[in-house]
Design a protein around this ligand. Structure first.
Ligand code: SF4
Length: 289
């Protein structure tokens, strides 16, 4: 079985414990306009273009003129010689197809590097969009004794089926309000809330991440609503982390040929402190990874 991956690399304790090999799986069901990995959104992948490095000769179909790519021509191009035959710096294709067993073998070779309790993290995009291949990969990693983590937006209706295969579960919980989440991402939060409730009831290693984004979810009232939702549950074994809005992925939107429309998303230190205070006063364990 195969998986599409758009990026991989090591990090330490940012996406699970210890030193980890992180695979970013292609495709996402949400459409967050502030996304920092826009190349991971489309299920089939996207051409990423650095205009300054474009070379006419790599395209036999005339799609490149000077430092401009005509993506309309690319839409009709199945061969994609610019990335298959004429590899170059100017154009990359985001999605790479991996056999599940090839990832398992790479993870096995990396075991000496998984120090401090590390292992493999499957992130996105949204990792659960490739549900069956993801499940097989998690199964195989567990069979090999490799610590597993996933980072998910929590919206897959069958997420719970994966819990026994996930040692460390990271759920991004972007909004407490269903209609506001739908406005911001195209997906409501009813399934997400159910998955979070189930995870809180049965998963021992759980990190809930809340992105703080101005004019979307950062008001004092929002802080109270977020905390009120989590106060319903026994959160004794869960941790919470706030990730403040950033624009690290902004340049990639242009490379993907998509306009970056989100504006004024930065939140200040006072807002972050307010959320931390509200959560801590609700006995919700706030951490920073
Ligand atoms: S995808 Fe096809 S048409 Fe577009 S630049 Fe590459 S080779 Fe040319």
């Amino acid at each position: 079985m195969e998986l599409k991956v758009f990026r991989k690399g090591f990090n330490h304790s940012q996406d699970g414990p210890g030193n980890r090999l992180v695979y970013h799986l292609q495709g996402c069901n949400m459409r967050c306009t502030w996304c920092s990995n826009p190349e991971g959104i489309a299920m089939d992948g996207v051409l990423m273009v650095k205009n300054e490095d474009l070379i006419d000769g790599v395209c036999p179909h005339g799609a490149i003129t000077g430092k401009t790519l005509d993506r309309e021509i690319c839409l009709r191009c199945a061969a994609r010689e610019c990335v298959t035959l004429n590899r170059n710096q100017g154009i990359q294709f985001s999605a790479q197809v991996w056999d599940v067993e090839a990832i398992v073998n790479e993870a096995k070779r990396s075991i000496p590097l998984f120090y401090d309790g590390g292992g493999v993290t499957l992130s996105g995009g949204e990792a659960t969009v490739q549900f069956e291949a993801l499940r097989l990969l998690l199964q195989r990693l567990k069979e090999e004794g490799i610590h597993t983590a996933i980072e998910t937006n929590g919206s897959h209706p069958r997420l719970r089926e994966l819990f026994p295969l996930i040692d460390y579960l990271i759920i991004d919980f972007k909004h407490h309000d269903d209609s506001r989440l739908k406005e911001g991402t195209g997906v409501g939060n009813l399934v997400i809330k159910r998955n979070v409730a189930q995870a809180l009831s049965c998963h021992q290693q759980l990190l809930i991440r809340i992105p703080l984004i101005a004019h979307f979810n950062d008001s004092d009232v929002d802080a109270e609503h977020f905390a009120a939702f989590f106060r319903q549950f026994d959160t004794g074994h869960a941790c919470f982390e706030f990730i403040t809005y950033h624009e690290y992925g902004k340049d990639k939107w242009a490379q993907c040929g998509m306009p970056y429309r989100f504006k004024d998303g930065f939140v200040d230190e006072k807002t972050l402190a307010q959320f931390q205070t509200v959560f801590q006063s609700s006995q919700l364990d706030v951490i920073h990874t």
